[in-house]
Design a protein. Structure first.
Length: 332
């Protein structure tokens, strides 16, 4: 399937340097983008308009994420901090300090009460989060290189952290926090980890493979081969039957979880996909830097949708537009 023929897209322009990270809000109305220009841009997904630019970090933005309850979002940076923001007005609540090197990743727990961050100091940190106050909860020690990915299980009782040491550590979070498994199988940096709604764990690596794990036994169920580039991001479908993976080979592949077989290949999208999610309808929503445009000018972002069957009517209204930026405005 050729995504250029079957997808609708928007080209968003605002950043002045490379885009490193993107995140969709849980209701898919907002998109966050973080850049080497040290700013975070907030976009309206339906209109493609720039809502606001945040300029509080003192270094390149490495990660951004929304809380599942949509009340907060977090941004992490090479300045060694994480900032917690209120979604309703895009105002900062607090700046979390505890890492000693660049904070590469952050993610919220399913109940939105915990945040995990991972950094080049080889540590993950758990933080207690609320709209009123935030504080450090505990350090997660064990990785021997950068912690670049993390994900909570759907039940919130497990946390997976992926590292440049080629391993995934699975942490038990209740009745005493401890590392319950060290998963070994990749031969490259673990760039992404994700849990399904059924608590199935998947990891994607710069070794160009995805592994579906049997966490209880600490061994792979399926190793997925086919990508010809570093795996950047993975996402499960809502019913956990499918897994989408995006890589540096300009493709998104859709896999059947039960068998580990590739069901579909979506090609011709972007050079780097930073965010990927399934819509309730089964469509895949992705965003990232646009290859042919990105080489000419920094700070471009492509929003596109690819259908496994037919397109949603509301998403069909999204058309390509090279100039589609509104002036910033202040929230009330």
């Amino acid at each position: 399937m050729n995504i250029q023929e079957n997808a609708s897209a928007k080209l968003l322009r605002a950043h002045t340097d490379e885009i490193n990270t993107c995140a969709f809000s849980p209701d898919l109305t907002l998109l966050l983008t973080g850049s080497d220009d040290s700013t975070v841009c907030i976009w309206n997904c339906q209109t493609g308009l720039l809502v606001k630019t945040l300029e509080r970090h003192q270094g390149p933005i490495r990660c951004c994420c929304f809380s599942p309850n949509n009340q907060l979002f977090a941004t992490s940076s090479c300045d060694r901090t994480i900032i917690i923001w209120r979604t309703s007005n895009c105002q900062p609540i607090t700046t979390l300090k505890g890492h000693h090197r660049s904070v590469e990743v952050c993610c919220f727990s399913p109940d939105s009460n915990l945040l995990c961050s991972g950094a080049w100091d080889n540590r993950a940190i758990l933080w207690k989060i609320s709209t009123q106050s935030c504080r450090k909860y505990t350090d997660l020690i064990g990785h021997t290189s950068c912690v670049q990915s993390c994900a909570f299980s759907s039940t919130g009782d497990q946390l997976a952290t992926g590292s440049w040491d080629h391993t995934i550590r699975v942490w038990k979070l209740y009745c005493g926090i401890r590392c319950m498994k060290v998963l070994k199988g990749h031969v490259g940096n673990v760039h992404t980890v994700v849990y399904s709604s059924q608590n199935q764990l998947a990891s994607g690596s710069w070794d160009k493979t995805i592994i579906l794990w049997d966490v209880d036994n600490g061994c792979p169920l399926h190793t997925l081969f086919g990508h010809d580039g570093w795996i950047q991001v993975c996402a499960f479908s809502p019913d956990a039957s499918l897994l989408a993976s995006a890589a540096d080979d300009e493709s998104v592949r859709v896999w059947e979880v039960s068998t580990g077989t590739c069901a579909s290949i979506l090609q011709g999208h972007v050079d780097d996909v930073h965010a990927c999610t399934f819509l309730p309808s089964g469509h895949i929503f992705t965003s990232g830097s646009v290859g042919v445009w990105f080489k000419k000018e920094s700070g471009l972002l492509n929003l596109s949708t690819e259908s496994l069957n037919t397109m949603d009517e509301d998403l069909l209204s999204m058309k390509y537009a090279e100039e589609n930026v509104a002036p910033n405005f202040e929230f009330s």
